[in-house]
Design a protein around this ligand. Structure first.
Ligand code: AMP
Length: 283
């Protein structure tokens, strides 16, 4: 695996490889890698001749300084995992490689309603920060395919909107990969490392609740179903930011289902200090 720290060096290297006919698969991450991340690398390796992973904990997407400070970092272990996965290139930029002029607070991507609902409502500015870093990374890394995890369902929609919105020499196609889970259903996440034993035992209730919704949903009013789901989370010790059933495309929430539209259940909830998210397509 080749390791790049400088944007210019990586961009020159890719330009040469593309001239020689290589296709580029790109997986942006914030490190603290787990099997979920590695599944994206494996999927890229099946399609693209060159697979590139980036690790950058992006300060612009954290609305909470404490959350940023506590974000787990395990770069040596990450490199080991990436080597084992057969990843071709790792990009580990410094802050200045990504933001040469600092974070431009006045920059605003017109990403529409998706920006302010669900994660956007509870993490103001989060998706602008995501857009900033992904835009910059795609300028440095002209990729054919961008591999994203369905675990971050709303983020996938935001990035698709961003790619339509901005001008890039190469616009990647987005490949959305399934959420990898622990045996008990908990979605793999870098944040799971911060759960103590008791919290870890309670954490699968998040997925169990989504599954319960999936098994019990029927057309008509969803209000009782939703209330019961909220109670299940509360009983397990979660403080729930949201648990909603939403249209799969727009993510606008829905109280009455026609039994036909594609819908998804999305949840964000905190166990003491650790905020977890998950989602499940319902039909
Ligand atoms: P992160 O490092 O959390 O920014 O995630 C980097 C990429 O990995 C994103 O596209 C995530 O959606 C994806 N990802 C994170 N967790 C999982 C998982 N459990 N299964 C599949 N993809 C994941």
């Amino acid at each position: 695996m080749i390791l790049f720290k400088k944007a210019k060096d990586l961009n020159n290297w890719i330009t040469l490889r593309r001239k020689n006919g290589a296709t580029i698969g790109f997986i942006p991450t914030m490190g603290a890698l787990h099997e979920g991340h590695i599944s994206l690398i494996s999927t890229s390796k099946k399609t693209d001749s060159v697979t590139i992973c980036s690790i950058f904990v992006n300060p612009a997407q954290f609305n909470n300084q404490q959350d940023f400070d506590k974000y787990p970092i395990s770069i040596e272990k990450d490199i080991e995992l990436l080597e084992q996965s057969g990843c071709d290139v790792l990009f580990i930029p410094s802050f200045l490689e990504i933001y040469p002029n600092g974070i431009n607070q006045s920059k605003n991507y017109e990403i529409g309603d998706l920006e302010n609902i669900l994660e956007g409502k509870y993490r103001p500015g989060h998706f602008q920060g995501v857009c900033m870093v992904v835009h910059r990374l795609l300028e440095i890394i002209p990729a054919d395919h961008l591999y994203l995890g369905q675990k971050d369902y709303q983020q996938c929609k935001i990035i698709a909107t961003l790619i339509d919105l901005v001008s890039l020499n190469t616009k990647p196609s987005i490949i959305i990969c399934p959420t990898l889970r622990e045996k008990d259903g908990l979605a793999m996440s870098s944040r799971n490392r911060r759960l103590n034993e008791k919290e870890r035992d309670a954490a699968p209730t998040l997925f169990n609740t989504l599954n319960w919704i999936k098994n019990n949903i029927s057309k008509g009013s969803l209000i009782t179903l939703n209330n019961k789901a909220q109670n299940m989370l509360m009983a397990a010790g979660f403080k729930t930011d949201y648990i909603v059933i939403a249209y799969a495309n727009t993510l606008s929430s829905i109280n009455d289902w026609d039994g036909d539209h594609k819908i998804v259940a999305l949840v964000a909830a905190t166990l003491n200090e650790v905020r977890l998210i998950d989602n499940l397509p319902l039909n």
